[in-house]
Design a protein around this ligand. Structure first.
Ligand code: 5GP
Length: 191
């Protein structure tokens, strides 16, 4: 998606070798007009797949997921990072290792909001090692729901998540795929 790549080139900054900061338009301050274009692009790619629910993970996926859901005319469920255990069996629960914070979270979704009747599109801001996406896929599987695929805004293609998930047969659509990046040379895209 050229508009997005141009924005990353203009406003993105690279920290170290593997963190791309896009907090001026994507995951702190949010450019909602850009989100609308992103949502339309996800609809173009997943139209006709029968998506009736969008699933994301708090916190930075929520804004993009909500705007995307307006294109799909469906609700958004966000997986919550939780300290509470699943004693009463009311939630699906999995564990996710955070790329940015380097710790493991319990992540839950209420059984009320995901089930076998759902066809789910997962939305997230970044794909790096794939832990967040794998956790969300685990929740979809626990619910017995159908997975249409995953829509990712920025995939760091030099990290292993995307390749591993595609090899498992998961449809992963990334709007900007970063081939390499450095503080010195900035960001280079796959195509
Ligand atoms: P993964 O689980 O695929 O390793 O990482 C995905 C999650 O980590 C995303 O939900 C995102 O919040 C965060 N993340 C991964 N890489 C980056 C990055 O380069 N920049 C920012 N801002 N967040 C990232």
């Amino acid at each position: 998606m050229e508009l997005l790549k141009a924005r990353i080139r203009k406003d993105g900054t690279v920290k170290g070798n593997d963190v791309l900061k896009v907090d001026s338009f994507l995951n702190h301050q949010m450019d909602v007009a850009l989100f609308e274009e992103i949502g339309r692009e996800f609809l173009r790619r997943f139209d006709g797949c029968g998506v009736n629910k969008i699933l994301t993970i708090e916190a930075s996926g929520i804004g993009i997921a909500c705007v995307t859901a307006q294109s799909f005319h469906c609700p958004v469920v966000f997986a919550k990072k939780s300290q509470t255990k699943n004693i009463a069996g009311e939630v699906y629960s999995t564990q996710v290792e955070s790329f940015t914070h380097g710790r493991v979270y319990d992540v839950i979704v209420s059984k009320k909001f995901l089930g076998p009747e759902d066809t789910v599109l997962i939305i997230d801001d970044f794909l790096a090692n794939g832990a967040a996406l794998e956790g969300l896929i685990d929740l979809v599987n626990q619910a017995g729901a159908r997975l249409a695929g995953a829509g990712i805004v920025i995939e760091k293609a030099f990290q292993p998540g995307g390749e591993r998930l595609r090899a498992k047969g998961i449809r992963v659509e990334s709007l900007a795929r970063v081939k390499s990046m450095s503080e010195e040379h900035g960001v280079e895209f796959v195509d």
